[in-house]
Design a protein around this ligand. Structure first.
Ligand code: AMP
Ligand code: MN
Ligand code: MN
Length: 334
């Protein structure tokens, strides 16, 4: 299905219904958060009852974007809403497969009317093409660009809050317009969002420049333990739970962006950030700035993502996990 056809079928399906459920992937990033919030605003401006339900909390640094409650799977208010009548359409945004939405996917059937259509708005090359309406373009830097396309297709005039939400999404998925995925479309999207009222300095300030001092102390500890492999072509950084607790005794740490430092070192082609999630469970984030496709490496461990940014979960002891990741990367280094 080409994109304009998919947008057309989204519109005609939407025309005949009222209640839309929106979700995104676990451990939501800026694109996930900004895109679901903006889509909700866009659908509401069409008079629809649109709600967002997520498996995880929205990270603190993105909460300034929230303009109305966002539900978790066990929220009473949300469950009451479901008993009033099921949702008539589900929209997954920035998720390559339904399972990426975690517990939301497991419960979805309970919340939807029978036969409710599923829409899939995403930009992962690894997207499985699931759903009845597939608005997927693996060439786009962010899912938000597709949400913007949809809003333009539907003829919606964006409000400043929605423009800020989409701007935050494009900003974060392009690494502040610095990653190689930054395309004319990303910059054009940013331009129209600013014209619609997005404020780049505010969004940047809130997301990037309000970290607690403890974050930089933790970063110092992670940096001092970094490892280089393959003559400096690979940098591996790790963070254990104990290490995180030393600096953040009571709260969980937002580590988004730490992996990007691994490929800011002269001579590195690839970087990995290995974060301990619980005993024996690690989340591995991978980045490439050369020709190596890190998605293929992540897929070897059951994960996925993009050519230049991918991730997976691996179980085992930290040294074994690192060894397996380093060995798999070695197989892909030319
Ligand atoms: P991250 O390293 O967490 O920033 O993730 C980079 C990219 O890889 C994102 O596009 C994610 O959607 C994707 N990704 C991360 N972890 C996984 C996973 N366990 N399974 C599939 N895709 C993932
Ligand atoms: Mn994402
Ligand atoms: Mn994305």
């Amino acid at each position: 299905m080409i994109l304009s056809e998919a947008l057309g079928s989204f519109r005609s399906v939407l025309d005949g219904l009222e209640r839309v459920l929106i979700t995104t992937h676990v451990n939501p990033d800026g694109d996930a958060v900004g895109s679901v919030l903006a889509l909700r605003g866009i659908l509401r401006s069409l008079g629809k009852q649109a709600e967002i339900v997520l498996d995880d909390e929205i990270p603190v640094k993105y909460r300034f974007l929230i303009d109305d409650p966002v539900y978790r799977v066990d929220d009473r208010e949300f469950l009451d809403m479901v008993t009033d009548g099921g949702f008539e359409m589900a929209v997954y945004v920035d998720a390559s497969e339904p399972e990426r939405a975690g517990a939301v996917s497991q419960h979805l059937d309970e919340w939807m009317v029978d036969g409710a259509p599923v829409a899939n708005i995403d930009h992962h090359i690894s997207n499985t093409g699931f759903g009845d309406i597939v608005i997927v373009d693996g060439e786009r830097a962010s899912a938000a660009e597709l949400v913007l396309d949809l809003s333009q297709f539907l003829g919606i005039e964006l409000t400043p809050p929605v423009a800020n939400q989409l701007f935050a999404a494009v900003l974060t998925d392009t690494g502040r317009f610095q990653f190689s995925n930054t395309s004319p479309e990303s910059l054009q999207a940013a331009g129209s969002l600013v014209a619609a009222g997005a404020v780049p300095s505010l969004v940047t300030e809130r997301i990037y420049f309000q970290r607690p001092a403890a974050f930089y102390q933790l970063l110092g500890s992670i940096f001092s333990d970094l490892e280089m492999h393959y003559d400096g072509r690979l940098c591996v950084m790790t963070m254990s739970i104990d290490q995180a607790r030393q600096f953040f005794p009571t709260e969980s740490v937002d580590t988004e962006g730490i992996v990007d430092f691994t490929v800011q070192i002269d001579g590195t082609d690839l970087g990995a950030f290995v974060r301990q999630m619980e005993t024996g469970v690690y989340r591995v984030s991978l980045r490439s700035r050369g020709d190596v496709d890190v998605r293929a490496i992540a897929e070897a461990f059951g994960g996925g993502g993009h050519a230049k940014a991918a991730g997976c979960r691996i179980e085992g002891k930290v040294d074994e996990v690192k060894e397996r990741v380093v060995a798999e990367i070695g197989r892909h280094l030319g």
